[in-house]
Design a protein around this ligand. Structure first.
Ligand code: RIB
Ligand code: CA
Length: 311
């Protein structure tokens, strides 16, 4: 069955790769993009998403801006990682399409109620604020969503913003708790998984060799995206976290994980935003998440380069 996909995103260079990958996959139908305050403010994420779909030659893919801040907590942009625009590393042409007036959460609810039940997957690549607000607006969509795949969290790998918390969950832990508590089929793509799949060293050269505008833009974004993480972790390359999440949808044969209970720490001082993974099922709680912890990185990036070359 083709994957009919809503992508909720906060571009972000790795979000950009994820969006381009989804648009390049023949078995994926992108119904639309919803953007959220995350790496950069929400208006900027929407403008970035329009630039990305236009770069891919897919200007018909609609982009709507959603929540301008997490449910309870302040927004926490990550310019130190993603640069001033959020998609630094390439000289982007301004978006031609104007912003859409409809709020992303309204569109998400409207679409999930209109499409046949069980046919639409939601991939969240930033803080889960929009999906959580949609679930609060229309709880019945929980029974209509085919599955949710989210990039976020970390357990065996800890966090990337605090020792306990990864960015997407730390920014809006209440939203993550709502999503994980809604009884849906949820797959988590945490740092445990993405850190097992760093990009090949100097992969940007392979992207340049594609010889297209998409390849050159991706090469520039890759170089920019890697500099912060390589300096922080002392590594030679970095994983494209959000693209790995789309890979988990498209190529499950490249991934491993375990269904288990996953809860979100919302009250902790040192541990706020932690994904508490009951890997050994000690709590007796229901398995509410397929927690992926391995990805075959070389195969994933080879397949992604092939896909990007088709745009
Ligand atoms: O921790 C990585 C996640 O935070 C990715 O989604 C990246 O884009 C940032 O949003
Ligand atoms: Ca993101």
């Amino acid at each position: 069955m083709a994957e009919r996909l809503i992508i909720d995103t906060d571009p972000g260079q790795d979000d950009a790769f994820a969006i381009l990958l989804a648009l390049a996959l023949p078995d994926v139908e992108v119904l639309g993009l919803t953007t959220v305050a995350g790496n950069v403010p929400v208006a900027q994420t929407a403008d970035n998403a329009r630039r990305i779909v236009e770069l891919a030659g897919r200007a018909a893919v609609e982009v709507r801006a959603g929540s301008d801040r997490p449910i309870l907590r302040p927004a926490r942009p990550a310019h130190e990682v993603h640069g001033a625009t959020g998609i630094d590393g390439w000289d982007w042409a301004p978006a031609k399409a104007p912003p859409m007036a409809e709020h992303a959460v309204d569109w998400m609810v409207r679409t999930l109620l209109a499409e046949p039940a069980g046919t639409v997957t939601v991939a969240t690549l930033g803080p889960m604020t929009n999906l959580a607000l949609a679930l609060r607006r229309a709880p019945e969509i929980a029974g209509r969503i085919r599955r949710v795949v989210f990039m976020g969290g970390g357990f065996f790998e800890g966090g990337n913003m605090t020792p306990a918390a990864e960015y997407n969950i730390l920014v809006d832990p209440e939203a993550a708790a709502i999503v994980l508590g809604a009884g849906m089929d949820v797959t988590g793509v945490p740092l445990d998984c993405t850190h097992s799949a760093p990009a090949p060293v100097d992969w940007s050269a392979d992207l340049e060799a594609i010889g297209t505008e998409v390849g050159r833009a991706c090469a520039g974004m890759m170089r920019f995206f890697e500099r912060y993480g390589n300096r922080k972790y002392g590594t030679a390359s970095r994983p494209l976290h959000d693209a790995v999440a789309i890979g988990a949808l498209a190529w499950p044969d490249l991934f491993q994980g375990r269904r288990c209970p996953v809860a979100i720490e919302c009250a902790g001082t040192l541990t706020a935003g932690m994904t508490v993974v009951d890997w050994w099922r000690q709590t007796g709680k229901p398995d509410n998440c397929l927690w992926l912890n391995r990805c075959d990185g070389p195969a994933f990036y080879a397949r992604m380069a092939d896909a990007l070359a088709r745009l």
